[in-house]
Write a protein that binds this ligand. Structure first.
Ligand code: NAP
Length: 503
């Protein structure tokens, strides 16, 4: 008989390790609850990290096998790369960092599945051995007295989950690498497609990977077939993400993150590791919810994002390009902007990606403090996809000690613009573009926006008339109540603060 290579069942053997796992799960969930609000987010993150440390320790204690030297080397190498990278990364580079770390997760999952296949692949599929029972007679003759059936098969679900994890992990690893390359500008951000045949190629790759997987589960003991399946999934990961434009990349990363979570959970089932199942499902579920929220905030359907072709960072077909607009743009100076702000009753700050690039959040906080000292009421209008990742603006403003009660979510802010004297738009573009409401041919038509033009006047700080990430011109800049203060966000805001002192 071949031993079934599963660890001790979680439910059958309650033990100290199970208690450790349950503590870890409780900490994951508590950590996730903390992440729901800016005041508790840092604590939530730490709680979840402690939970993960406990889960890792429990898993290491659970396995009697394994090379401790290799494990220690892996931990040391991972920490040597991960800790400085996480400490040094700029907030603006966070999406590509997430893509890279997510890819590493997917890569680990498909490598584990491969290693498991090498160890137990011969037990995939149903194999029942017929074993004869024989007895030796006193005369020395051997007589058969019966037969028994012995099964050397892994339960089919283990093979299915292993193969699923290998395919999805491989798609996620390669897709995340492409996403990283696009955001880091190692690869062009524009959609790279094979044209009309793209969807057919994707479908063929998917069918090939699935067919290989089915064959393996049914008992084809071929490592070559397993590698072929991984290669098809790898090509699929590349083929799915290459045609997607840079502007959609954060949504794609979130989707790949959900994939990695699901593949990790599948590995957990195959390895009988409850920590992997729970952590993987949490990542899978939260990644799916986040993907949906982002798609809704951009008014894009997930299938449309995966089909690709939007957000290449250049002008998009059907949209008017910079400079084509017939209207005039009025520019202003820091001194004039300071006067406008100083005599306002209420000012709404509208931050966007440019504030993040310029790292202007501390300068913005200084400006708003100076205005508050003059009795001006301040609010910050936060669009859910301002910047390059969910919560981007919240994180930056929290870093600059902006009071949370001044942050207004889009719907709330849109009700306030009517009673706002000056909206100060700092490096935000697409999220303020009225074309999303007024121009059906615009690629962002239907995306909810911050309706800044309802305020009495608008000052926009940006360096040029260049478009934002969607690659389209902003009608707001030509409206009569809008003036442009051209310059880097940090210097322009600091100049306004300096001018305020003279008023
Ligand atoms: P945006 O539309 O990308 O525009 C940013 C603007 O900042 C640019 O027009 C740029 O103009 C300006 N800028 C850049 N560097 C600057 C600097 N140093 N100083 C001053 N201005 C600077 O940004 P957004 O309004 O925040 O919109 C976010 C975009 O990303 C949307 O299209 C959204 O759909 C997309 N997106 C976001 C997420 C997310 O999770 N947040 C996810 C997916 C997609 P100049 O070059 O003229 O300065």
């Amino acid at each position: 008989m071949i031993a079934v290579p599963l660890a001790t069942g979680f439910l059958q053997a309650p033990s100290f390790l199970d208690v450790l796992y349950i503590v870890a799960f409780a900490l994951f969930i508590q950590g996730l609850r903390g992440l729901a609000g800016p005041t508790t987010a840092v604590r939530g993150n730490r709680i979840a990290a402690v939970g993960m440390a406990i889960a890792v320790i429990a898993t290491l204690l659970d396995r009697n096998e394994g090379d401790w030297g290799l494990i220690a080397l892996g931990v040391a190498l991972g920490a040597a790369v991960g800790v400085p990278a996480a400490r040094q990364v700029k907030m603006t580079a966070m999406p590509q960092m997430v893509a890279l770390f997510n890819g590493v997760g997917g890569g680990a999952v498909f490598l584990i599945s491969w290693a498991e296949f090498r160890r137990h692949g011969s037990s995939y599929g149903a194999h029942t051995h017929i074993v004869g029972i024989a007895r030796e007679l006193p005369s020395g003759a051997i007589v058969h007295t019966g037969i028994i059936l012995s099964s050397s098969a892994l339960p089919t679900y283990v093979a299915i989950f292993s193969v699923f994890a290998a395919i999805v992990g491989s798609v996620s690893f390669w897709g995340s690498n492409i996403a990283f390359g696009k955001l880091q500008e190692v690869l062009p951000g524009r959609p790279i497609t094979l044209g009309a045949g793209q969807q057919v190629v994707n479908l063929v790759l998917l069918v090939l990977a699935l067919a290989a997987g089915v064959d393996l589960v049914a008992g084809a003991h071929s490592e070559l077939l397993f590698i072929g399946m991984l290669v098809c999934a790898a090509l699929l990961g590349n083929a799915v993400v290459l045609p997607i434009g840079g502007a959609d990349m954060p949504v794609v990363i979130s989707m790949l993150n959900a994939f990695t979570g699901l593949s990790a959970a599948a590995t957990g089932v195959a390895l009988d590791n409850p920590a992997l199942i729970v952590a993987g499902m949490i990542v899978g579920a939260s990644g799916s919810i986040l993907t949906n929220l982002m798609a809704v905030a951009m008014n894009r359907s997930i299938p449309a994002i995966v089909a690709g072709g939007f957000g290449g960072g250049g002008a998009v077909a059907g949209a008017s390009g910079a400079g084509e607009h017939a209207g005039t743009v009025r520019s202003t100076s820091a001194a004039d902007a300071a006067i406008q702000l100083a005599y306002a009753n209420r000012v709404m700050i509208v931050p966007g990606y440019g504030m993040a690039v310029a790292q202007a959040q501390h300068a913005v906080r200084e400006l708003t403090k100076a205005l508050e000292a003059r009795g001006v009421e301040i609010g910050y209008a936060i669009h859910p996809v301002a910047g390059r990742m969910p919560g981007h603006m919240n994180v930056l403003l929290a870093e600059a000690d902006v009071p949370y009660d001044q942050l207004e979510e889009m719907d709330e802010a849109n009700q306030e613009f009517g009673r706002t004297d000056v909206s100060l738009v700092i490096g935000a573009n697409d999220v303020t573009n009225p074309a999303a409401k007024n121009t059906p041919s615009s690629p962002i038509y239907g995306m909810p926006i911050l309706e800044v033009s309802q305020s009495h006047s608008v000052i926009v700080i940006k360096r040029s008339m260049n478009p934002g990430f969607a690659g389209i011109e902003n009608e707001l800049y030509y409206e009569p109540e809008t003036t442009m203060l051209f310059g880097d966000a940090k210097s322009a805001v600091s100049e306004i603060t300096a001018e305020l002192a003279n008023i």
